[in-house]
Every structure is written in structure tokens, then in C-alpha cells.
Design a protein around this ligand. Structure first.
Ligand SMILES: Cc1cc2nc3c(=O)[nH]c(=O)nc-3n(C[C@H](O)[C@H](O)[C@H](O)COP(=O)(O)O)c2cc1C
Ligand code: SF4
Ligand code: FES
Length: 571
């Protein structure tokens, strides 16, 4: 049986391991692999082997570096010198970097993205752009703290981004991983864990923004020997890939969050529900779970603390509705993933009718640091009602497509115009937040702060973090049609308003879009939105009306223009 002392030894050793060694980090998230990271990795490994340099140069495969549009990325770190991040690598380029930078100590300026790594940004800013004691590489390469994409982010959930190998538990432990779980299991009562979560003000990042501490409190209050804690890793919103990123890059942060949550509510079994379309995430999670079991961080009597808890990964078939909590639980039970009415709420009768908590990937990954550093630390950033950070996957008509983590309350302008940067050949029309349940923020409202309450005032939602920048070559009707098409396709069909209502809406939008619509159709659309919102069984179709209402609110003239054609033609 491993003990807390053994984990401490692993931590100390891991912290020493890479300190004095030349490392080449190859960023191997799905985006990196899709852009060719495998062949970059193969080329560099072969070359090092050929040179007999394996003892001197370590190749570390890490998760995503966050900036998809520059993949494949590598980072070269030589002891005593500034690390350099290289972009858009291929087999030839990486060999040139190896010869010039690793062997010759001269960075290749034309392939370089930045000097420094993300974890150094604050220190670099504070000490005039370099870390004292580190050799400064050529100033022709920008310092990472000068690049808004990196400098405007605040990494908490993604604090290990680009630094650890997700397949090696010792890397996570070396970054103080599992210290939160150890503290919760050895020094805190369930009530104290729950109070810390409540005090932090952390709200669920899966979309609804419900305070995690309260959710835990309700489930903890239930008297039952069998309870479950589940992680929602279904991530079905089009354009959303934040959770995939966390699963692929830092799986242990989710496992640790689940252990702490299990202690809080008194659960001994957990499930991570992940769509089968995320094979790398599933493989990474399973590896991580096995490694945690091998170190007695999961299983019977965790590290001799007397607390037992284990986790299984459940592969979903990728239906959007299975992200809804009651449907997700049915799916794990092996039944058809249909939602059911609430109450009873899952805290009372969830998976297999037992008290159950469901939390999102990002929500859970916040937990370990809250336990280690405390609720007050957590509230230092973000807004009063929504402390902490939020990860957004930013896509659409921008240059820097990627995953970004910013304090809640950051403006849309900062995210889109400074971090994302609208493509020079495009005119921004609006930003769509919250996917099929969300809405648009038009370009005139870029000052809007991204937090739960403010976005709702403007008819959008925070959602799970999908953020799509749209240029003016798309009409409001197009946008509404895209999302309604998605929702009517994904609606499970169990309730009539959801099943028939979304179909009707799509038909009307298609009619308007093809120039066959009339002003009456716009009115019918509005009525349908109201009826579906009130009567549909679950949030999938209830909120499916949001993109329609939002585009009607901000771009009414585009709907009117589309039906005018028909009126003018005497239709
Ligand atoms: C149709 C539908 C799909 C959803 N998909 C997801 C999802 O993929 N991931 C997620 O975390 N939450 C999703 N949710 C929200 C969950 O039902 C639930 O509120 C969330 O997982 C709770 O975790 P949190 O409190 O940490 O946010 C979805 C909800 C609906 C109605
Ligand atoms: S609202 Fe839509 S997804 Fe939900 S039960 Fe009804 S048809 Fe199914
Ligand atoms: S580069 Fe990793 S999410 Fe895209």
C-alpha cells in the first residue's frame, strides 16, 4: 500500500527530474496531432537516437499548447536559457531547430512564436521581460508576455498546459497534483470540503452556472449508503472543445476533483461520461485512472486514509441530448438516453435512483486548487457573483483559434479582438456564445463583460464555453437556421413541443431563407419560441429558441428583408 509519504517522494523526485536537462516538448493534443505532430515527434526522436543523444536531450510529449491555429508546436528548453516556442513545425523544420537551437544554441527566428513559457509570464513581466539568471535569446523573437494571446490569459484550470506529460502521473504529482485530495481526505471533514467549495463561489461550468458547493451539500444531506459522483465530459456544443483539451492535457486534475467531490458527498463510485468521438481523451483518462489506482490514489482505502473511491469511464455515443443530466444518467444505466422530468432532482434520485452529483470537467478541475489554496484565493479574480476563470474555445473568423482561459468578467472585446484577433479580410458581425442554447452579441456591444448575469441581459449565455466570431457574410437568418437545424436533429423526440416545435421552426426558417416567407411567418416563429420555451420537457429544446430570439432581437431588418422579397413579388 502506497502512503502519503510515497506520494511526497514522487513529488520531490519529479521536481528535480527535468530541472537540469534539455527538453523538447512536443504538444500532442488532438489539434496538434491533426496538424502533423506525430511526424514531428517521430522525426525528432529518430534524430536524437541517431545522434546517440537520448541521455542529454529529453523529448516530452505534452497536451495542447492552446493555440490551435499555430500547431504543430514544440517548445525547446535548455537549462539556464529562455525556452523558445516554435510554431507550425514539420519534419524538416523540427530538424533545423534541433541542429541550430539544441545543438548550436542559436534559436531559429523565422519559426519561433515566442520566448518564454506561459508559467513564466508574470515573472517575466515583473522583471523587464526575462527571468533573472536565464540567458536571453535573440530579441527578434517576441517575449511571451508581449503576445496578447498568452499574456491576457489567467491559467488556473490549464495551469499545467504544455508542462506535463498527461500519460505520466509523476508529472502531475510534481506540479503539486493530488495535494488537494490528500488534504481533503486527511485534514478535512465532508462539511469543511463543502464549505470551502461554497465559499469559493465556484459555479458549474457546464452551462447552468449552479454553485458546486450547494449541489454537493444537497447530495451530502441524503442518507444512503450508495451515492454517485459523475463527470459530464459529453461536450456536444458545436464549436466547443474546452473539456477535450483538459481531458487530453491534464486528466488527473479531473480525477482529483472527483475524489474530493466523492469525499464531500460520501460517494464511493464515480463515472466520467465522455463521447466516443473523443478517443484520445478516453485513452488518456483510462491511462490516468490506472496509474492513480496503481499508486493507491483510487480504489480501496486510498493511501491508507480509510476512504474508498473508484472511477470508470463510460463512453457515450455522441448524442447531444445525453449531455442533459437525466439523459446522461439513463445512458450510463444502459437505457435510451432520454431526459425525464425533474423533480426528483439527481441529488435525491439520480443514477440507479441513488443520490447523485453531476459536474462538468472544467468545474471539477477547479476544485483541487480551491482545496489547496482556499476559497479566498479563488475569489481574487473573476466577478463578485462569478469568481474564477472560464475557458473558451474561440473559433470562427479569427486568426488565433484556440482554447483560452480568462478571468470571468473579461470583455468580449478582449477575447475576440485582442486574444483572438479578427481575420484581416473579415468584418466582424457578432459573437455567438453558448452554442445552440446561446445567443449573439453584436459587434456594437463588444464592451459587454462575459459573466453569467451580464450575458443573459444581452440575450446570450455563458454556456459551456463555445465562442464563435462571425463575420458579416452570414445573415441572422443563417445563424438561427444553423442552430435550429442542429437542435431539431439532436432532439430526442420524447416530448411533442420539442419534437414538432423545433421541426416547425426549421421549416419556417428555411422558407424565410429561400425568399418564400411572409411577415406572418416571423410572427409565427416568435409564437413558437414562446410555446416551446414554456412547454418542452428539457433544456435542449427549451433553450433551442435562444439563437432565434437573439437574431430576431439584433438583426430584425435581415428577417424583414428576407420576407420583403416575397411581399414585393406579390406572394
Ligand atoms: C441538451 C443538453 C446538453 C448538455 N451538454 C452538456 C455537456 O456536454 N457538458 C456539460 O458539462 N454539461 C452539459 N449540459 C448541462 C448538464 O445537464 C449539467 O447541468 C452539467 O453537467 C452540470 O455540471 P456543472 O454544474 O458542473 O455545470 C447539457 C444540458 C443540456 C440540456
Ligand atoms: S425537449 Fe427536446 S430533447 Fe428534451 S425531451 Fe423534449 S424532444 Fe427530447
Ligand atoms: S491546439 Fe489544442 S485545443 Fe486546439
Amino acid at each position: 500500500m502506497n502512503t502519503i509519504k510515497d506520494i511526497d517522494l514522487i513529488r520531490q523526485k519529479a521536481q528535480q527530474d527535468d530541472a537540469d536537462q534539455t527538453c523538447i516538448y512536443v504538444h500532442m493534443g488532438t489539434c496538434g496531432i491533426a496538424s502533423g505532430a506525430m511526424s514531428v515527434l517521430g522525426a525528432i526522436k529518430n534524430k536524437i537516437k541517431e545522434d546517440g543523444a537520448a541521455k542529454d536531450v529529453k523529448v516530452v510529449t505534452t497536451g495542447c499548447a492552446g493555440i490551435c491555429s499555430q500547431e504543430p508546436l514544440i517548445t525547446v528548453k535548455i537549462p539556464g536559457a529562455e525556452p523558445v516556442i516554435y510554431k507550425q513545425m514539420d519534419e524538416q523544420k523540427v530538424l533545423r531547430v534541433y541542429e541550430s537551437h539544441v545543438k548550436g544554441d542559436s534559436a531559429v527566428v523565422e519559426y519561433a512564436l515566442a520566448r518564454g513559457m506561459e508559467y513564466q509570464i508574470k515573472e517575466r513581466k515583473a522583471s523587464a521581460g526575462h527571468i533573472p539568471g536565464e540567458k536571453v535569446m535573440t530579441a527578434e523573437i517576441p517575449g511571451i508576455e508581449e503576445l496578447p494571446f498568452f499574456a491576457l490569459q489567467e491559467l488556473r484550470v490549464m495551469r499545467n498546459r504544455g508542462l506535463i506529460d498527461p500519460a505520466k502521473i509523476k508529472d502531475y504529482i510534481g506540479r503539486d497534483g493530488y495535494q488537494g485530495a490528500i488534504k481533503a481526505l486527511t485534514e478535512m471533514s465532508s462539511e469543511e470540503v463543502i464549505n470551502e467549495a461554497i465559499g469559493s463561489g465556484l459555479r458549474g461550468r457546464g452551462g447552468a452556472g449552479f454553485p458546486i458547493g450547494l449541489k454537493w451539500k444537497f447530495a451530502a444531506a441524503e442518507k444512503n449508503d450508495i451515492k454517485y459522483i459523475l463527470c459530464n465530459a459529453d461536450e456536444g456544443d458545436p464549436g466547443a472543445f474546452m473539456d477535450r483539451n483538459v481531458m487530453e492535457s491534464d486528466p488527473h486534475s479531473i480525477i482529483e476533483g472527483l475524489i474530493i467531490g466523492a469525499k464531500a458527498i460520501g460517494a464511493h463510485q464515480g463515472y466520467i461520461y465522455c463521447r466516443a468521438e473523443y478517443p484520445l481523451a478516453i485513452e488518456t483518462l483510462n491511462k490516468a485512472i490506472n496509474q492513480a489506482r496503481a499508486l493507491d490514489l483510487l480504489g480501496e482505502n486510498i493511501l491508507g486514509t480509510g476512504f474508498s473511491f473508484d472511477i470508470s469511464v463510460y463512453e457515450g455515443a455522441g448524442a447531444f441530448v445525453c449531455g442533459e443530466e437525466t439523459a446522461l444518467m439513463r445512458s450510463i444505466e444502459g437505457k435510451r438516453g432520454n431526459p425525464r422530468p425533474k423533480p426528483p432532482f439527481p441529488a435525491k434520485a439520480g443514477l440507479f435512483e441513488k443520490p447523485t452529483v453531476l459536474n462538468n470537467v472544467e468545474t471539477l478541475s477547479n476544485i483541487p486548487q480551491i482545496i489547496v489554496k482556499g476559497a479566498d484565493w479563488y475569489k481574487e479574480i473573476g466577478t463578485e457573483k462569478s469568481p474564477g476563470t472560464k475557458i473558451f474555445s474561440i473559433t470562427g473568423d479569427i486568426e488565433n483559434v484556440g482554447c483560452v482561459e480568462v478571468p470571468i468578467g473579461t470583455t468580449v472585446d478582449t477575447i475576440v479582438n485582442q486574444i483572438g484577433i479578427v481575420s484581416p479580410d473579415k468584418n466582424l458581425k457578432a459573437v455567438q456564445l453558448g452554442g445552440p442554447s446561446g445567443g449573439c452579441i453584436p459587434k456594437d456591444y463588444m464592451h459587454v463583460a462575459v459573466d453569467y448575469e451580464t450575458l443573459q441581459e444581452y440575450g446570450a449565455i455563458m454556456g459551456s464555453g463555445g465562442l464563435i466570431a462571425m463575420s458579416d457574410d452570414k445573415s441572422g437568418v443563417d445563424i438561427a437556421k444553423f442552430f435550429i437545424d442542429f437542435c431539431q436533429d439532436e432532439a430526442c423526440g420524447k416530448c411533442l413541443p420539442g419534437r414538432e416545435g423545433t421541426k416547425q421552426m426549421l421549416q419556417i426558417l428555411e422558407k424565410i431563407d429561400s425568399g418564400e416567407g411572409s411577415p406572418d411567418d416571423i410572427e409565427t416563429l416568435k409564437v413558437l419560441c414562446g410555446v416551446i420555451r414554456k412547454t418542452a420537457l428539457c433544456a435542449l429544446c427549451k433553450t433551442a429558441v435562444n439563437p432565434v430570439l437573439s437574431t430576431l432581437r439584433y438583426f430584425p431588418e435581415e428577417y424583414q428583408e428576407a420576407v420583403k422579397t416575397k411581399v414585393e413579388m406579390g406572394g
